[in-house]
Design a binder for this molecule. Structure first.
Ligand SMILES: *Cc1c(COP(=O)(O)O)cnc(C)c1O
Length: 502
């Protein structure tokens, strides 16, 4: 299987090249030229397999330049019970809110307690194999822009991985205290963490610019290095995310929650549009998804886009209690638009150029029609987020984080508006303990909160009796290794200096 750039169809690469490079030279994103189609017999076979078996099947159909042994090794090393707290790294939890049934896909049982681990525990294995196949002898420099969770998950995945170095940029005031502490205490000899004076979009734009600046690429090449990405612009990030939608469907059939062949909806708390895009890709392979419900926080640029077909990032940027969704430029929307525009690189290039220059574009009527048919967009503010956490905990004893709560709230809005009761999978993207303050305020609104992050963790544990994930508990008392803060404009210089190649 080969991959194209969304902005230049003549750029054709193998899977290994797409993963090693991360982003196309023209600034476009790599997409598969076609999607494998799973028939009934294939799904029947997947029903009988465990998560790893399902992952191996999906990987083998997309990574056709990898051997079966290589894929086996990647999957076995990534999804161990030790790292994910059980045999199924992505288990379902079934609960409800009022009359609304909630089928919650818990994606946060990995080492950094966010769904990013599902992809970032396997990406380093895929990347080192891809480097061998395509750029033997070169070291990969992984540049990451993070709204909080990708950074830590990438650091943890890549720490001390041979032939890689990783540099993470996060918005100085845009992540939770736990997220910041997780990153700044990161161990490993090949890791660098730096805050930027700007928001996530600034970090992401800065990183993309560094990737596509020829002089910087040359400097790296002279030193036997090349850039790669651990953001969801990298195909190696998206592919592992397709697996858990297929696996969740199989689990729901096996659990008797749906019958084989039944349609489902998916509900995804969305930032960069990677997670929801993975569910859309799963549907292209045959997963029977009726509706994609895209949940946003107050940064509701995607809600407006889905409702009007106009993407306009020229708006106020809100810092919310679901910081991993505080994004106004959703990178992976580019991949959806490419597909919906009939794989047109010129149309995609036009829209993305407009986004870059005037911050706005409007899609064609045909694309609007498909989006209207398949997607529902909704959003909720911080107050409703906390109200949702509170109701779900008080009524059902189920504790969720702020991002998941946005999804639950938007799903309730969807059901109320449409009356559609199609069984729906709700992606739960983080442990509530990554956002203890906001979650505590929700479930214990009349309490006086302690001052330090870890006292809040303990108090949340007292109030809810939900176990604190070991990786977070283990950070208590750990001193920070990193404290750098840089201007956005100085990011290129920072990178060269961190690599010692100024
Ligand atoms: C990254 C993240 C999201 C957003 O996912 P995208 O793939 O960027 O849309 C939602 N919730 C949490 C907790 C995250 O870390």
């Amino acid at each position: 299987m080969l991959y194209n750039s969304t902005q230049n169809a003549s750029e054709v690469v193998s899977a290994a090249q797409a993963i090693a490079q991360g982003i196309s030279k023209d600034g476009g994103l790599f997409v598969p030229q076609e999607f494998p189609k799973y028939d009934e017999a294939t799904f029947q076979a997947l029903l009988k397999q465990d998560y790893k078996g399902r992952a191996k099947k999906v990987f083998s159909d997309f990574l056709t330049d990898f051997t079966a042994e290589e894929i086996d090794e990647c999957v076995e090393k990534a999804y161990t019970a030790a790292k994910f707290g059980g045999e199924n790294p992505a288990p379902m939890a079934y609960t409800q809110l009022g009359d609304t049934k909630l089928n919650i896909l818990e994606l946060w049982h990995g080492p950094t307690c966010a769904f990013k681990d599902m992809a970032l525990q396997i990406l380093p294995h895929l990347l080192t194999k891809s480097l061998k196949k395509t750029y033997d002898g070169k070291d990969a420099v992984i540049l990451v822009a993070t709204s909080g969770d990708t950074g830590k998950a990438a650091l943890e995945g890549f720490k001390d991985v041979d032939h890689t170095k990783i540099i993470v940029f996060y918005p100085v005031d845009g992540v939770s205290p736990m997220q910041k502490h997780q990153m700044n205490t990161q161990e490993g000899n090949n890791v660098t963490v730096c805050a930027i004076k700007g928001n996530f979009d600034d970090a992401q734009t800065g990183v993309k610019k560094i990737f596509t600046t020829p002089e910087i690429a040359e400097k790296l090449a002279e030193n036997n290095m090349l850039f790669s990405s651990a953001n969801s612009i990298n195909w190696g990030r998206l592919l592992p995310q397709i697996v858990y939608y297929i696996s969740a469907y199989c689990d729901m059939v096996n659990d008797g929650k749906i019958a084989f062949g039944d349609k489902i909806n998916v509900v995804v708390p969305t930032g960069n549009f990677g997670n929801i895009l993975a569910s859309y890709y799963a549907s292209l392979m045959g997963l029977p998804v009726a509706k994609f419900i895209c949940a946003s926080n107050a940064n509701n640029v995607l809600t407006d886009f889905i409702n009007t077909g106009v993407y306009d990032k020229n708006r106020h940027f809100y810092t919310t209690m679901s910081p991993s969704m505080d994004i106004l430029v959703s990178s992976n929307l580019e991949r959806l638009l490419y597909k919906l525009a009939g794989n047109s690189d010129t149309t995609t290039h036009e829209w993305m150029t407009a986004l870059k220059t005037i911050g706005k574009y409007e899609v064609s009527d045909e694309v609007k029609a498909v989006i209207h048919d398949k997607f529902f967009g909704g959003f909720c503010d911080d107050e409703k987020t906390q109200d949702t956490i509170r109701r779900l905990f008080r009524q059902e004893g189920y504790l969720c984080d702020t991002h998941t709560a946005v999804a639950v709230n938007v799903y309730e809005q969807y059901v109320e508006k449409t009356g559609d009761t199609t069984p729906s999978i709700i992606a739960s993207t983080a442990s509530p303990y990554k956002f203890s303050k906001s979650v505590l305020e929700a479930v214990a609104p009349d309490s006086v909160l302690p001052e330090t992050e870890f006292d809040m963790v303990d108090m949340l544990n007292d109030v809810t009796h939900m176990p604190v994930p070991a990786p977070l508990a283990g950070l208590k008392g750990k001193t920070a290794r990193f404290s750098d803060v840089t201007e956005v404009d100085a990011m290129p210089k920072y990178v060269l200096s961190a690599l010692n190649i100024e």
